[in-house]
Design a protein around this ligand. Structure first.
Ligand code: ZN
Length: 462
């Protein structure tokens, strides 16, 4: 069966064209004028824009933590993603101490299979680099996993020392794997956290105070320097502040293959959220924390000028009741992470395109194309071109809604952007040619989503 999307304005990272789009066998077959005659079914997109489905390069679905578990699994989490215009996620498969990376991959495949409603891929999140793991890193691309994540934060659990980071960078260079790094200085933070707690400072606000921007800036500089010595590219996850961004700008200006991501919450929320009454501030606890408001303009400028390439949700949802509440009386026990998979694109469109901070082409580039290129999904995903998967969003730029936990699909008892008015939302979302969201209603099926093996990173895609 062939479907035509008729009368819309097709927007890619590079172009804005008024044309029809013909879909056959889940792929885009043709772009042109008057394609209705070839189709069995038509979708009217007049007055709307047609964009490549979003790619969220950073999610944590069905992930255990030391005290609990993220509240969305691959079904609820991907339905929420789709409702917000995202048609591919790259989730973090998490290795715990002593586990083989390939055993971890099996576990994550089982979590997603039969549940995901959109396509997905995995980064390998490293918890333990001892034993045979260093050798396994080199073999990961054979399993379609071409990126790793290591941590310079989370002392006593995930944090690696500089030697281990450096060795993993050298190993990744052998196979073309891209190393993503969580850049915060875990030793400094651990010391500040212990001091705050011993001074009786237990409120959520101290989560932010004990993770200062300089701790992120320092770790970012160090990670970039080690990658530079190893002669490999590096990807900095969730840049939240000016201090870290400055390091990225300096490296990219020097021509280094340094890629960086920010998250939608750092663009529109700030640290004042931690001072909300009662324990409400816990809802906003994530790492790095929300920053002082002035950092936002730096991040917007970084996106506009191409120093930051990708926008993630870092969706890592925990319910306020019973989960975030685990940290009552001790901020360091609040599960770290916030929900955002559903609102990433709509909030970014309103705050970025509507306000004139970025162009609609940049919106597509930052929410989809650049992640596809950096992480080896391009051109199957991330653009609108003949032969690409028909992962498409018919986006209604005029439709308004108020973001609210009441109407969300993600399985969590609050919304980070509660009450925000957005203009520009998905009207219809297609995954490989099949409509899965229509007017905010899920009409797809669990298990439709497939694992997408990724190619190794190429430096041409900077
Ligand atoms: Zn994360």
């Amino acid at each position: 069966m062939k479907t035509v999307i008729r009368g819309g304005t097709i927007v890619t990272a590079a172009d804005v064209v008024h044309a029809d789009l013909l879909i056959a066998d889940g792929k885009i077959e043709m772009i042109g004028e008057n394609l209705v005659r070839f189709a069995d079914e038509e979708i009217d997109a007049s007055g709307k824009i047609v964009i490549p489905g979003g790619i969220d390069p950073h999610t944590h679905l069905d992930m255990p933590t030391r005290s609990t578990q993220t509240s969305d699994d691959f079904e609820t989490g991907t339905i929420a993603a789709a409702a917000g215009g995202t048609t591919t996620i790259i989730d973090f498969a998490m290795q715990e101490k002593g586990q083989s990376l390939f055993d971890v991959l099996d576990i994550w495949h089982k979590k997603a299979e039969g549940k995901a409603v959109i396509d997905y891929s995995f980064h390998m999140m490293i918890g333990d680099l001892s034993g045979p793991v260093m050798d396994e890193i080199v073999k990961l691309p054979e399993a379609g996993v071409t990126s790793l994540k290591v941590f310079l934060a989370y002392k006593h659990t995930l944090q690696v020392d500089d030697q281990t980071l450096f060795q993993s960078l050298l190993q990744s260079g052998k196979s073309g794997t891209l190393v993503a790094v969580h850049c915060e200085n875990g030793d400094v933070i651990d010391t500040l956290v212990n001091k705050a707690l011993s001074d009786g400072r237990t409120d959520p606000l101290f989560h932010a105070i004990t993770r200062p921007p300089d701790a992120e800036g320092e770790a970012t500089q160090r990670a970039i320097a080690l990658a530079s010595i190893a002669g490999v590219p590096i990807y900095i996850v969730h840049v939240s502040c000016k201090e870290a961004l400055e390091q990225v700008i300096r490296a990219r200006t020097d021509g280094k293959p340094v890629y960086a991501e920010t998250c939608v919450h750092y663009l529109v929320l700030d640290e004042s959220a931690y001072s909300k009454p009662g324990f409400e501030g816990a809802k906003y606890v994530c790492s790095p924390p929300l920053r002082a408001k002035h950092h936002q303009e730096h991040l917007w400028s970084g996106l506009k000028n191409g120093f930051l390439q990708t926008l993630a949700s870092d969706h890592c949802p925990f319910c306020y009741k019973e989960q975030k509440e685990l940290g009552k009386g001790n901020f360091s026990l609040i599960p770290n992470g916030v929900p955002g998979i559903e609102d990433r694109m709509t909030v970014f469109y309103t705050a970025g395109v509507r306000s004139g901070k970025i162009s609609v082409n940049q919106f597509v580039d930052i929410t989809s194309t650049r992640s596809a290129k950096i992480f080896g999904l391009y051109p199957k995903k991330g653009t609108i071109a003949a032969g690409a998967d028909a992962d498409l969003v018919i986006w209604d730029p005029e439709k308004e809604k108020t973001v609210s936990a009441q109407h969300q699909h993600q399985r969590v008892d609050y919304n980070l952007f509660e009450g925000m008015k957005v203009k520009g939302v998905p009207a219809q979302v297609l995954s490989r040619g099949k409509t899965i969201i229509k007017e905010n209603e899920f009409v797809g099926s669990a298990g439709w989503g497939k694992f997408v093996p990724r190619a190794v990173h190429t430096r041409f895609h900077g």
